[in-house]
Each structure stands twice: as structure tokens, then as C-alpha cells.
Design a protein around this ligand. Structure first.
Ligand SMILES: [Mg+2]
Length: 506
């Protein structure tokens, strides 16, 4: 049937028998044998059909969601309805850098530091004590090779020296406010797309300090950069409102989607932290001057997440002509009127909209999605712009081949790692080196420094674990919803648990 010692195996031998065969000869660990295992596995990998492309315009479900139950559609504005061109990152970076110079009196040479697009990705952590920008996975493990001081990668040896471990204690990452403990978190999670240029500025300035041997305090630098960039938001709002075409990506499908919702008697509302004049300029460009007609309620300067967590902040009427809010008490919400601040409690009381009949779309897993789903039982949709780039990368043939081979190579390492004979140890070390290279290749195609927003090698990132917890569905753009009917049910994929079959019907 088959010969064992020369390693040739009947090609009809089933996977199951092959495994038995390996197990029977587990002690057999010559170089020839292991090389043969490697070649056969490689051949099998090459013969495997590559997975079909993922639709970059797909809507993906974390939790079952039946749209026929949804009567009310709510939207955030920035990065949910309005997607910005890279020019906005440059603008925020430049404004923040100028503020560092003017208000905080940073060294004049900083004015020469240009923005480096694609340096950082959203979802990273900044260690305010140690001054490191790093990527954590859902187990709070550091992703080695994705730790930066300024623009310089920090070696794995140094990272281990600094943290003494690859897993960071939860109190260090998130703080600890259990009884009798008031430990402040030492890390900040940068989950907002507006924080990408902020990270760019932070790393550029830190790099400048390091190269010029200037002693600096990482927390002070972090706070100065954050305050500089955030205090520039009103200036940014003005500039963008005057040049919407330069900063906002057009999206003619938005109007179609709003019209479809209205035609099916759905209620629509907008809750945004941005000011009216900025939202109005963007919405006029995206939807038209009649954009307010699509919305039953519009709330600006909402101050999320407080809008979703506080109970006693009165909702006010905003006078768009006088550009101010007025003092009168609000007892009902009317279409066409712009509201200001308030709380979700009032919104629910005045409209009667609550629970699973509301679907709210936002791009921020915490300030848009966490509280509404955990506290109010709303359904949630995350708009994650980065999905377009991530899915296009997943769909390349090289990525598919590498990802496939990485899985299979890992499997043969797992199966043969217990051989301790010197020949076997040497071969397995080569496999491990190849695996490390493959892991780096499959990581750096997403972003050279930090890899994918969603993955740290095999684990989900800290960011994506939270996203999957707080979002029922997620997609790259609101317009993708137009490809589904308003009675569509999104079903999550039945994921494979570690103790279950590797695939169905094996
Ligand atoms: Mg937003």
C-alpha cells in the first residue's frame, strides 16, 4: 500500500489515516522524514483551492439582526456619514503642530516635521508612563514588532525588559476603580479616527526629542499633543465648512439610502458631537440643502459619550440663524428644528423610541456604540472605513497563499515539535524561522509598522474584540446597506471554537 521509510505515501491515503501514520511513527525524526513531511504539506497547500474573495462592500454580522424589527435609524456624523479625504489628517496635524509651537512653546524646529500618513493605525495604545505606542491583542498581550518609541521600533528584548512580561495587567491598561482602589490607567486607547494624525504628531515630536537628546516627559508630551490637536477642532471645522469638496468624500448614495428609509416609514435621527455650521456644510454637499427634511430629530454638540450616560443635562433648541442655543424648555421634538446637547433619556422620553427598534450607526466603538447597546438595548452598526483597505489586502493572491501556508506550516510544527533529536530540532527551528517570516509578511501588508487594525497574528486586536462586542453589524460605508432589503436579517457566521471540528463535515 505505502512505504514508510522512504516517505512516499499513497496519494489516496485519507487525512485521518495520514494522522495515524504520523502518530505511529512519532519518534521517527530523521531530517529526511521531516523534510518529506514538509514537501508533502507544501504540495497539498499548493493544490488547495484559495478562498473566494470577500466582498469589500459587504455588511458583516457579529450578532443576528433582523432589519424588519428596526423602526428608527440613528446616525453619528463624522466618519459615519461624512468620510474624509487624507487632506483632513494633514490639516489636523498641521494645526496641532502650530498650536504646539504657539501655545506650548515647543522648539521651532518642530515646524519642519511633516506628517507621515500611514504611520499609525487606529486602535493602538499609548503608554503615557513609558512613552510607547503599541498594539495589544484581546488578551492584553503586546504584539512584538509593533511597539514604537517615536518613529523607532523597540526590540522585543527591550520590550520584555520594560514590561517584564508580554501580557500587560488589566489595571495598567484600563485603570482599576474597584472599591478602595483608584489606580489610573497608564495606557490610552486611541479608538477614534481623528486620533490618527494625533499619533503621527506625537511620534514625530518624540522622535525629534530622542534624536536631539532632549529629556521629555511622555505624559506631558501626550497631553500637550492631545490638547493642541483637540483645541484646533473649531478651527478645523471652519476651514472644512468653507472647503467641503477638498476634505469630504462625495457619497451620492447617502441621499438614496435616506429616501429608501423614509419611503418605508422609518424614523431618522442624527446625534453628533460636531457643531451645526460644520455638519450643515457637509450635509448640504453630501445630501443637498434639503438634508434636514430626511431627519425627524437632529442633535448637534451632543457631547457623546455623556449624551448616552448622563441623565440630567437639558436638551436645548439651537437657533441656527443666531448661532446659539436658546433658553426655552424643550417639551417636544420637532422636525426641522436643531437641538443642542441633552441626553438619550430625554430623546427616548420625548419620542418613545427605545430598545431593539432603534439601530444606531457610529464609527467609535465606545462613544457611539458601547453605552447604547449595553445600557439601552439599541441595535448597533459600526462604520469602519479601514475595512476597504483590509479586505482588498485579504483578497490578494499572495496574501491568501501566505495565510494558507502559515496555517499548514504551524500545524506541522505543532505535530512534530516534541522531537528532541538534534536533527529534528534543527529542522523545526528552520520551520519556526519561516513561520516568523510569514507572520511578518502577512502583518506588514496591512500597515508596515502596526499591521492590521483587526488582528495581531492569530488573535483579534484589543480594538476588534471591543468592536465585535458592541456592534451587531459592521461595514465600511453606510452606502453598503443599499445592497440589502429593509427586511433583511443579518446572520453571524457560526465560528469554530477551539474544541470543535476544524471545518464542518470532516
Ligand atoms: Mg464619528
Amino acid at each position: 500500500m505505502y512505504t514508510l521509510l522512504n516517505g512516499t505515501v499513497n496519494k489516496n491515503l485519507s487525512q485521518h489515516k495520514l494522522k495515524l501514520y504520523f502518530n505511529l511513527f512519532r519518534n521517527y525524526s530523521s531530517r529526511e522524514f521531516l523534510n518529506d513531511v514538509y514537501s508533502r504539506t507544501k504540495l497539498k497547500c499548493k493544490s488547495k483551492k484559495l478562498p473566494q474573495d470577500v466582498n469589500p462592500k459587504g455588511v458583516f454580522a457579529c450578532n443576528e439582526l433582523d432589519l424588519s424589527e428596526v423602526k428608527v435609524y440613528g446616525f453619528d456624523y463624522d466618519y459615519t456619514l461624512a468620510h474624509y479625504k487624507p487632506s483632513l489628517e494633514h490639516l489636523l496635524y498641521n494645526l496641532g503642530r502650530n498650536m504646539l509651537l504657539e501655545k506650548y512653546k515647543y522648539p521651532a524646529e518642530i515646524s519642519k516635521l511633516e506628517y507621515k500618513p500611514h504611520f499609525a493605525v487606529r486602535g493602538l495604545h499609548y503608554d503615557i508612563e513609558k512613552g510607547l505606542l503599541l498594539k495589544l491583542d484581546s488578551f492584553l498581550q503586546i504584539q512584538f514588532g509593533a511597539v514604537y518609541r517615536g518613529l523607532t521600533p523597540v526590540s522585543t528584548e527591550e520590550v520584555l525588559k520594560i514590561y517584564k512580561n508580554r501580557i500587560i495587567p488589566i489595571a495598567y491598561v484600563e485603570g482599576d476603580n474597584r472599591a478602595h482602589k483608584e489606580n489610573r490607567a497608564k495606557m490610552v486607547h486611541l479608538a477614534d479616527l481623528f486620533s490618527v494624525p494625533e499619533m503621527g504628531l506625537l511620534c514625530n515630536v518624540a522622535e525629534y526629542f530622542i534624536r536631539n537628546h532632549i529629556d521629555y516627559h511622555p505624559e506631558i508630551l501626550f497631553l500637550d499633543v492631545k490638547n493642541s490637536v483637540q483645541s484646533c477642532h473649531p478651527i478645523m471645522h471652519k476651514i472644512v465648512a468653507q472647503n467641503v469638496d477638498e476634505y469630504i468624500r462625495p457619497n451620492s448614495d447617502l441621499k438614496k439610502y435616506f429616501q429608501l428609509l423614509r419611503d418605508h416609514d422609518k424614523k431618522l435621527f442624527l446625534v453628533t458631537n460636531s457643531p451645526y455650521h460644520f455638519v450643515n456644510a457637509g450635509m448640504e454637499m453630501l445630501v443637498g440643502s434639503d438634508w434636514r427634511d430626511y431627519f425627524d430629530v437632529v442633535i448637534v454638540n451632543a457631547n457623546k459619550p455623556k449624551f448616552f450616560t448622563e441623565v440630567s443635562r437639558p436638551i436645548r433648541v439651537f437657533d441656527k440663524n443666531a448661532n446659539t442655543h436658546i433658553w426655552e424648555k424643550v417639551t417636544s421634538l420637532e422636525k426641522g428644528i436643531i437641538y443642542y446637547e441633552g441626553t438619550v433619556k430625554q430623546l427616548q422620553e420625548l419620542t418613545g423610541w427605545c430598545g431593539h427598534q432603534v439601530l444606531y450607526f457610529g464609527d467609535h466603538p465606545y462613544s457611539d456604540l458601547a453605552d447604547v447597546t449595553l445600557e439601552h438595548g439599541w441595535r448597533t452598526g459600526a462604520i469602519i472605513n479601514e475595512l476597504t483597505h483590509e479586505i482588498k489586502t485579504l483578497n490578494t493572491q499572495t496574501f491568501k497563499e501566505n495565510a494558507n501556508w502559515l496555517q499548514m506550516l504551524t500545524q506541522i510544527i505543532e505535530d512534530h515539535q516534541d522531537h528532541k533529536e538534534p536533527e529534528a530540532v534543527e529542522v523545526i527551528a528552520q520551520w519556526m524561522a519561516e513561520r516568523d517570516q510569514l507572520r511578518n509578511d502577512t502583518k506588514s501588508v496591512f500597515n508596515k509598522q502596526f499591521g492590521s487594525v483587526f488582528r495581531t497574528y492569530h488573535n483579534p486586536t484589543y480594538f476588534s474584540r471591543r468592536l465585535f462586542r458592541f456592534a451587531d453589524i459592521y461595514t465600511s460605508n453606510i452606502r453598503n446597506l443599499l445592497n440589502y432589503s429593509l427586511t433583511h436579517t443579518f446572520y453571524p457566521r457560526r465560528g469554530v471554537m477551539p474544541h470543535e471540528y476544524g471545518s464542518y463535515f470532516v
